[in-house]
Ligand binder design. Structure first.
Ligand SMILES: Cc1ncc(COP(=O)(O)O)c(C=O)c1O
Length: 453
């Protein structure tokens, strides 16, 4: 198992072709007639027909990943909810796929809830997150009759109780606990350590206080605990350690209150391959470590095994997606570097500037040729830090080429912006040789529609 690719690999022309990049591409990717094809669609033709910049998502990969989670968690325990974390990528089409695959949905804002409602997603399968849900958002969740709200603070707990009582309701809740476990990942996506804005710290006694308060409040139905230790985690032992800690806490709850926790939600976080050296754990191994781990720990403490939930986001959609760009200009600075500028940038992929993320790239119309040079793929924004891929091995680029950045299905479209009043790319789903818009490309009219005056 390798380390996640937040650290950059050495920048060398690696002479790899598209054939060698299958580990980071959607499962239907292939090189045909020198072009990169995904879902039976020639991406070069797609770029011409749909325009660039463009997010392309492979429906087969998305469905496969969801079904792998269902299979390899329920293999070990029948009562596991697979909760897709909508923050990774959300559109109406995506929400419908999640529903069709029998999964649940994690929403983290009123806006994400609005998507679930519009898509006709079953509300009892919704899990609501967020460290500062507004009173309006909480009311919207209650009125929509969502399944579970994951409570993140004492203020929220009191607020939610009052809103539920006003409506004559009792809302099922989970309490988010920070187990004090440092996941092996980038600091900005590590959330389970003591010093985190999320949840109730177990070590300072706040989590126990929260459970006791929830048990007193008549508008709340305490269902269990939630934790999420971070994202892009390669080392499964981080999950195992957190499970040890949280099940110990479940035993403490039973000892102090007599209450048995009915559900344990262990969050998301499984890492994916962004770079060629990455070897993330499989969903099969993850299912074993997490689900068997909970069972074993419960046995150790003499506890009834609770219902479980896992909340994958990135590992469902990241490798299902690529971004296609058109090369607009090439700037060669002798003995320094070559910049290849594309018709997008930090507005459609902020992860490189935010986390120093690394991606693999290839020229889609030269997919069978070796990556003979190293170039930095730059965006078109007014920031020097507007880089999509630093020091990318690449086929020799020419203006007009279709440049494909791999594994951009998670946290790219969902974190996109209109910086420089750039219109956001559309999203197409490819499947069985056809493609369809699931989010159309924005227009200047879209940019202007909220302006007053
Ligand atoms: C509460 C919660 N659940 C699930 C996820 C999804 O994590 P990942 O995309 O790493 O699987 C996140 C991501 O931030 C999260 O905050």
């Amino acid at each position: 198992m390798g380390k996640p690719s937040t650290a950059r690999p050495p920048s060398v022309a690696d002479h790899k072709t598209g054939h060698d990049l299958m580990g980071v591409l959607p499962m239907t990717a292939e090189v045909r007639d020198g072009h990169l094809w995904i879902g039976g669609v020639d991406t070069v033709e797609l770029a011409r027909d749909a325009g660039t910049a463009l997010y392309v998502m492979d429906e087969a990969t998305i469905r496969h990943q969801l079904s792998e989670y269902v299979k390899w968690t329920r293999y070990h325990w029948p009562d596991v909810d697979v909760v897709y974390a909508g923050k990774a990528f959300m559109s109406l089409a995506m929400v419908r796929i999640v529903a069709e695959e029998g999964c649940c949905l994690d929403v983290s804002s009123g806006g994400e809830l609005a998507f679930a409602l519009r898509a006709g997603f079953p509300m009892e399968r919704i899990y609501v997150h967020g460290n500062n849900k507004t009173p309006d958002e909480l009311a919207e969740c209650l009125d929509a009759r969502v399944g579970r709200i994951v409570v993140d603070s004492f203020e929220e707990m009191e607020r939610l109780n009052a809103l539920a009582l006003e409506r004559g309701m009792r809302q099922r809740i989970l309490i988010r606990v920070t187990p004090g476990v440092e996941a092996d990942t980038h600091d900005f996506i590590m959330t389970g350590a003591e010093d985190s804005k999320f949840g109730f710290g177990r070590n300072q006694g706040l989590a126990m206080q929260a459970v006791k308060r929830a048990l007193e409040l008549p508008g709340l139905d305490f269902d269990g605990l939630h934790m999420h230790i971070g994202s892009q985690i390669f080392a499964l032992h981080s999950f195992a350690k957190a499970i040890e800690v949280i099940v110990e806490f479940i035993a403490e709850i039973k000892a102090e209150t007599g209450v048995e926790v009915r559900m344990l939600d262990t969050g998301g976080g499984l890492g994916i391959a962004y770079g060629l050296p990455d070897e993330p754990s499989t969903i099969k191994d993850y299912g074993k470590v997490v689900v068997d781990g909970i069972k074993e720990e419960c046995e150790k403490h003499g506890l009834t095994v609770p219902a479980m939930a896992v909340e994958p986001g990135r590992s469902i959609v990241a490798n299902a997606g690529v971004t296609l760009y058109t090369v607009g200009s090439i700037k060669e600075i002798p003995n320094i570097r070559t910049y290849v500028a594309v018709d997008g940038g930090m507005s459609d992929n902020i992860r490189t500037s935010l986390y120093d993320a690394h991606y693999e790239a290839l020229i889609a119309n030269k997919a069978d040729r070796p990556r003979e040079m190293v170039a930095t793929v730059a965006g078109k924004h007014c920031e020097s830090g507007d880089i999509v891929v630093n020091d990318a091995p690449l086929q020799c680029p020419e203006v007009g080429d279709v440049l494909c950045v791999c594994a951009t299905g998670a946290y790219c479209q969902s974190m996109s912006s209109n910086y420089n009043k750039q219109v956001r790319p559309g999203v197409v789903f490819v499947k069985d040789g056809g493609w369809r818009w699931v989010v159309r490309r924005e227009t200047y009219e879209d940019l202007l529609k909220c302006e007053v005056g």
